[in-house]
Ligand binder design. Structure first.
Ligand code: NAG
Length: 391
């Protein structure tokens, strides 16, 4: 009898243990000391959830329940012992409203050297208004923190996340491979300084889908070293539009190639689709770029290539851009321009833009035909193109 009881207990125990091993470990930040009151500092609780998830040998979930969690700067650092960490956020993460607390730390929430991290849901409240006011007053202010950064990381998913009022850039992807963002919302005032929605650089295989970005600077900015970037179904505005660049700030610089921007709307933005480079020597380039199915609603500069960027006329007067821009296609772009020049190609005299293609473009200004302006730009046009191509 005793033998059978012992055998039964051992059998039940082994069933229990094997099912426990198969299920992901879940770490609830509240169980680890976080408080959902929006003011108690929960930084340590989040860090301890991360440390446990990262040390887990099998998939791990960090769960952030509803409520507001106050966090100072947090670095979620790898490498980790598993490559399947899910951070499920039902609540809101709140940055310090005193911008001095994180304003000089570069990033508020930073993931670095991780592989296989999914962030699902949640609101990130960057509390940036104080810093914007400081910058507007002309006082000397910290440059501000990026709300959510990914650095040297692979296989990242961000879905259904909202970023509010970042001090500086909302989301930055730097040195990463295979990142997918979908259903992202960015909301900040149209006059908030340097609050780019999503910035990508030195990264490959990046996808941005089904997102809505209202901010004070670029909707999406694409920096040096970006390859295989796919942007689809994004609504931009207010803000400065989707920009490749600024490129060519440095003499030695990685190029940008294979970028697709399709089914995008620009509403009341400063620019629509833009490529921008500094007017100074560089070995950088931008090539194989497609802008397709784009709607402009009163964009000030719907189509722009500007290779004479030189803010404050410092560090570049009298020089020409070394950045080579080629194979850029604008296909099915229509809507309204808020200024007379709807299409402007101001390329480098030393490196004229080549193989620019315009196909089915119709942009109007005040119900009239708009204008196009070209400098050192070579290419072709086909289908219906208005304003008439100057290539
Ligand atoms: C261009 O990038 C897309 C992803 O955005 C990728 O599927 C495709 O293979 C890339 N093309 C080349 C020639 O690398």
């Amino acid at each position: 009898m005793a033998y059978y009881t012992r055998a039964l207990i051992l059998a039940l125990l082994s069933i229990f243990l094997s099912s426990a091993l198969a299920a992901p470990m879940t770490y609830n930040v509240v169980s680890l000391g976080a408080k959902a009151d929006g003011k108690t500092d929960s930084t340590q609780a989040f860090l301890s959830a991360w440390t446990k998830a990262c040390a887990s040998l099998k998939p791990a979930t960090i769960f952030v329940p509803a409520g507001r969690f106050y966090l100072r700067q947090v670095a979620f650092s790898g490498p980790c012992k598993n490559n399947a960490i899910i951070i499920r956020i039902d609540g809101t993460l709140v940055a310090p409203s005193d911008y001095k607390v994180i304003g000089n730390s570069g990033n508020w929430l930073l993931f670095e050297n991780v592989n296989g991290v999914t962030i699902s849901g949640g609101i990130l409240d960057g509390k940036g208004t104080g810093l914007w006011a400081c910058k507007a007053s002309g006082k000397s202010c910290p440059s501000g923190a990026t709300t959510l950064g990914f650095s040297n990381s692979n296989n990242i998913v961000v879905s259904a996340l909202t970023s509010l009022n970042s001090q500086m850039f909302h989301i930055v992807v730097n040195g990463c491979h295979n990142v997918k963002m979908q259903g992202v919302k960015v909301i900040a005032s149209g006059n908030s300084p340097n609050t780019d929605g999503i910035h990508v650089q030195l990264s490959s295989s990046i996808t941005i889908l089904n997102s809505k970005i209202q901010t004070g600077d670029d909707c999406i900015s694409i920096g040096p070293g970006t390859t295989n970037l796919w942007i689809e179904n994004v609504a931009c505005g207010p803000g400065h539009g989707i920009s490749i660049g600024s490129l060519g700030k440095d003499q030695q610089e990685a190029g940008v190639q294979n970028v697709t921007v399709k089914t995008v709307t620009f509403t009341g933005t400063q620019n629509g689709v833009r490529i921008k480079s500094w007017g100074r020597p560089s070995n950088g380039f931008a090539r194989n770029i497609l802008f397709q199915h784009v709607v402009m609603v009163n964009a000030q500069n719907p189509i722009v290539i500007d290779q004479n960027y030189c803010p404050g006329n410092k560090g570049c007067p009298g020089q020409v851009s070394g950045v080579k821009i080629s194979d850029v296609t604008f296909q099915d772009i229509h809507g309204t321009s808020a200024t007379e020049i709807a299409m402007k190609f101001d390329c480098s005299s030393g490196n004229p833009c080549s193989r620019i293609r315009l196909e089915n473009v119709k942009l109007t200004y005040k119900n009239q035909v708009a204008e196009a302006s070209c400098n050192h730009a070579v290419g072709t046009s086909s289908g219906f193109v208005q304003p008439t191509s100057c290539l």
